[in-house]
Design a binder for this molecule. Sequence first.
Ligand SMILES: *Cc1c(COP(=O)(O)O)cnc(C)c1O
Length: 400
Amino acid sequence: MSANRSTGGGVKTWRQQTRMVRGGLARSGFEETAEAIYMTSGYVYQSAEEAEAAFKGEVTRFVYSRYANPTVAMFEERLRLLEGAETCRGTASGMAAVFAALMCQLKAGDRVVSSRALFGSCHYIIAEILPRYGIETQLIDGRDLSAWEAALAGGARVIFLETPSNPTLEIIDLAAVCELAHKAGASVVVDNVFASPVLQQPLQLGADIVVYSATKHIDGQGRTMGGAVLGTQQFHDDHLNQFLRHTGPSMSPFNAWTLVKGLETLEMRMAQHCANAREIAEFLESQSGIKRVLYPGLDSHPQTALARRQMQDFGSVVSFEIEGDKARAFRFLNALRLIDISNNLGDAKSLITHPATTTHQRLKPEERAELGIGDDLMRLSVGLEDPADLKEDLSQAFNA
Ligand SMILES: *Cc1c(COP(=O)(O)O)cnc(C)c1O
């Protein structure tokens, strides 16, 4: 109900960083400085008549925290301002956001076209869950515009894509793919987690809906799960709102508080993540024993020109292939002393994962091969430590 609540004050003229510190703030009668945590499931009515009016939708007010909550609404409004969307809704996790954004607008008989280089659970939804409900799905190489064109010739209700992709950092031409999708009458859902709202604005490039795992950079400190769906008022009112209300993937007010504070520093943290990641990527490229470094900001990345066109900077994740087999990859991982082995990303702490045996373990070997996820591939989420310490740690592990 209050997902799109206006914040008054000077919000319309505030610049982005001011909005990230103050946007959406709704103070209670106690005039607290920081955003308040409203840990309440329900709300009370002054009269039976008021309750009736609330349920009829005649008055706009908080009714039940599965529908809306004041702390969650502050997070939603702040992220909405950053993205420049008409509406934003918080969810319990990134996957809840992805699933709701797709399922709320799909029905049996619909067709979905998706890029195949996806986060593991997104791949599961597209390849396994949707087809069970009579939704036809097709996975394609998202870098290839002719593959989109061919797949969209059969029509589609929704297209789904992730750019840069996890874990191989493939880049998809957002403006071109949105144009092809719209010509085919499809709505475009973009998973913008790797870029974050600071580095890439899919709505401005033509996308209809953007989804986030707020667990990643928006929290950025490894503390909480969260997600968000951003789009038009019409998409929200016609599809998303009732789906969220009645299926209940709601964000906890406490988590929303953590995330609304995360937005205050997101831009600064992203700038440092990108600077550190670039330094590590260049360092890795100079090392022997490394076959290939994947980072969209490197001249060696096959799609760096496209990345430079549609992104402001290139993110926190660097992937690389080392010489040798799985045993050697594991020896390298186990020799790291500072960088933690973890499947998470976008944390202040540097985290490394071996996608073939963790996040993308579920895929068939031929699917992994198609995506370039070999036993030699590492995904490093570069944190906010001093990069000199990270380089020392990587060097000693390579030598081990
Ligand atoms: C982590 C992630 C998700 C899922 O988010 P959760 O908060 O873990 O549910 C979806 N897409 C991408 C690209 C991710 O990195």
